[in-house]
Design a protein around this ligand. Structure first.
Ligand code: SAM
Length: 266
């Protein structure tokens, strides 16, 4: 199986749209109702909003979402900051769901989605004013091609923001939410991510370790685990084996062998 197929196999879920709508309890959810179910990263909407502030997004900008998943962050950025967002993702069911949820929420004029890899994107040179990528690098072993591609698609001086899990992969327990096994995962230490960004021509102007924020965001599953109830919790629609993966992530944060990091680059 190719590396791309491993990723698709990990995330693909053909019933995703139906499951998200069922979880919302309506076929016509608002963005607020969707927010707990269409953003697949630590801290969900709160983390997305914060990234948009750090990126200094302003209305009318054309923005790339590299590894957009089901489009939750794209709709969030578009509605909150008035930007137009183009998302790309490898997993076909995520792209189908992203398009349908944007239609349902009448966000189709502000968001568009294409299926493909962030390492070889079908966008023009200098097409975007800004770009962001949320919890994607952990799946991309060829980060040089990924960052080179983002740089090619960005206007001169444009901002690239990353919100990814970084750390010491050999010390983490798997499965994790992004990969079933160590050999399928591409997590790097924050310093190595910074070096690769700089090799691709970016200047990192700000970075932040978000471990405390992540621990706070995971306080509910932690409490359920302590009460012996995590195994019985309803899994989020996008994740199989939720209890084990979430528990391993909490342990990784506790042991400080992994943490979400933000990088803002120009
Ligand atoms: C944890 S999800 C995050 C999705 C989205 N950014 C969000 O925060 O809701 C990781 C996503 O990265 C995508 N992905 C992984 N490798 C990719 C690649 N080479 N090109 C495009 N997307 C990729 C997966 O398909 C998946 O949708």
């Amino acid at each position: 199986m190719s590396k791309d197929d491993v990723v698709i196999n990990h995330y693909q879920k053909t019933s995703l749209l139906e499951e998200i709508l069922a979880a919302c309890g309506t076929n016509t959810p608002t963005l607020d109702q969707l927010s707990a179910f269409d953003e697949f990263h630590v801290g969900r909407g709160e983390a997305t909003s914060y990234l948009g502030i750090l990126m200094e997004l302003t209305a009318g900008m054309n923005v790339l979402d590299a590894g957009c998943g089901a489009g939750g962050a794209a709709r969030h950025m578009a509605s909150r900051y008035g930007v137009n967002v183009s998302g790309i993702d490898l997993t076909p069911s995520f792209i189908d769901t992203a398009r349908q949820l944007s239609e349902i929420t009448t966000m189709e004029d502000k968001t568009d989605f294409v299926c493909g890899s962030v390492t070889d994107m079908p966008f023009e040179e200098a097409q975007f004013d800004a770009a962001y990528s949320i919890h994607v690098g952990m799946n991309v072993s060829d980060k040089t091609s990924f960052y080179n591609e983002v740089r090619r698609c960005l206007k001169q001086g444009g901002t690239f923001a990353i919100y990814d899990i970084c750390g010491h992969q050999s010390q983490m327990k798997f499965p994790m939410p992004w990969s079933a096994a160590t050999e399928d995962s591409a997590v790097l230490a924050a310093g190595d991510v910074q070096a690769l960004l700089e090799n691709s021509g970016f200047t990192v102007i700000y970075q932040e370790k978000r471990r405390e924020f992540a621990l706070e965001s995971l306080s509910k599953p932690r409490a359920m685990r302590e009460a012996g109830k995590l195994e019985k919790a309803a899994p989020p629609v996008y994740m199989e084996d939720f209890a084990k993966k979430t528990s391993n992530l909490i342990d990784g944060l506790d042991d400080d062998v992994c943490s979400p990091w933000i990088f803002i680059c120009r």
